[in-house]
Design a protein around this ligand. Structure first.
Ligand code: NAD
Length: 360
């Protein structure tokens, strides 16, 4: 074994029903006296409950997916005007993303309270969108100092969004297994993440009001983000990044749809990763494990259901080909990418990708 692994410095606090107490403890620990609370209008109630009694200097609720630069500028100006010394973000990946945009230029510490399974809270990756172009980068300043996970805050997340978001987390795990900086430590996080998400997703789908499944999903989402943040973007994330940026597709649903095709495409060329994922899914093969899981939770099925048109396929191929990681287990040609995207666009059985491989 020879590898180099960097662990990111962050406190993680877990406790169902304890968000307010845990956030208070983190704010005190960090010595903050003027909070900026970022939460979308839909999560305003959750944010209020979570920050009750704390010294809030400003609340900012203009949350937009993929963080447009103009919104980031307004949030930065509000933080400066109100002399905020810490940000508390309560919401999904879009909300955490806005908090990161403020931290990127101000250096303000973040206490993140995630309400979806996107996992942005455990990465030092930021993203900003300017004139429909998304730029991402890595900066230690944007990594939240503390994360507070409280499963009661996810009870209101509707089942279809919970499923899409949980599969987004699963995609972090699967893609980690062949990502550019995959190593034994982030792979261990990834396979445990697959195990947790595979157990939590059907529980939440069957019993949305129960806490047990929601807690397991948050745990799996954290592991998935730790794995992904350390291993970097593999083929799956490169494809979804181009699709999301070029066609403005919904983030979690796009990941949920594309994942089985990338897994089917790479699986045979990555036998060790495939075997470990199959064990984590508890099935004979990883492809079969994901198939069973997706069918149990009625997963998002086709890109055409989310605004991706057949004509978009040709348009995205060159950008994806340019982004394919050099170490992907299997080389990717334009023809294979076309097949993969056509299958994902139609929602075909992912086995067609494997069959094509056999015939190639
Ligand atoms: P999101 O934050 O946009 O939330 C999706 C929807 O769910 C929104 O309408 C939101 O109001 C609603 N919602 C959130 N929590 C809820 C709750 N508890 N109850 C009811 N409704 C709730 O979507 P997302 O999938 O969480 O995040 C996507 C964004 O995060 C994308 O911009 C993506 O690029 C980014 N992201 C970044 C990283 C990173 O490492 N930087 C990682 C993952 C995702």
């Amino acid at each position: 074994m020879r590898f180099e692994h960097e662990s990111l410095p962050q406190r993680v606090c877990f406790g169902a029903g304890e968000a307010a107490a845990l956030v208070r403890a983190e704010v005190e620990r960090l010595g903050a006296a003027r909070l900026m609370v970022i939460a979308a209008p839909a999560e305003a109630g959750l944010a209020e409950k979570t920050t009750v009694g704390l010294p809030v200097a400003v609340r900012f609720d203009e949350v937009v997916m993929h963080v447009p630069v103009e919104v980031a500028e307004r949030a930065r100006a509000a933080a400066a005007r109100h002399e905020a010394d810490l940000i508390v973000s309560v919401g999904g990946g879009s909300t955490t993303g806005l908090a990161k945009a403020v931290a990127l230029t101000s250096g303000l510490p973040i206490v993140a309270v995630p309400t979806t399974y996107a996992g942005s809270e455990a990465t030092s990756v930021w993203g900003l969108t300017e004139r429909a172009r998304k730029t991402t980068g890595v900066d230690a300043r944007v990594l939240p100092r503390s994360v507070v996970y409280d499963a009661t805050l996810t009870l209101s997340l509707p089942v279809p969004m919970s499923v899409a978001s949980g599969l987004n987390a699963l995609a972090h795990c699967v893609d980690t297994m062949w990502a550019p900086r995959a190593d034994p430590i982030n792979s261990a996080f990834a396979v445990e993440g697959i195990r947790a998400l595979t157990s939590g997703l059907p529980t939440v789908a069957a019993e949305p009001g129960g806490l047990a499944g929601r807690e397991v999903l948050l745990y799996g989402a954290y592991l998935s983000a730790r794995a992904f943040s350390s291993a970097g973007s593999g083929l799956h994330h490169k494809i979804c990044h181009v699709l999301g940026g070029a066609c403005d597709l919904p983030h979690a649903q796009t990941h949920a749809v594309v994942l089985p095709y990338v897994l089917a495409f790479n699986a045979a060329a990555a036998p060790e990763a495939e075997r470990r994922m199959a064990v984590a899914f508890g099935t004979a093969s990883a492809v079969e494990g994901l198939r069973q899981l997706r069918s149990a939770v009625d997963a998002p099925r086709a890109l055409r259901d989310y605004g991706f048109g057949e004509a978009d396929i040709e348009a995205v191929i060159p950008a994806i080909l340019k982004a394919v990681p050099v170490g992907n287990p299997r080389p990717v040609t334009a023809g294979e990418l076309r097949q993969l995207l056509r299958a994902a666009w139609r929602g075909d059985d992912p086995q067609v990708i494997m069959a094509e491989e056999g015939g190639a």
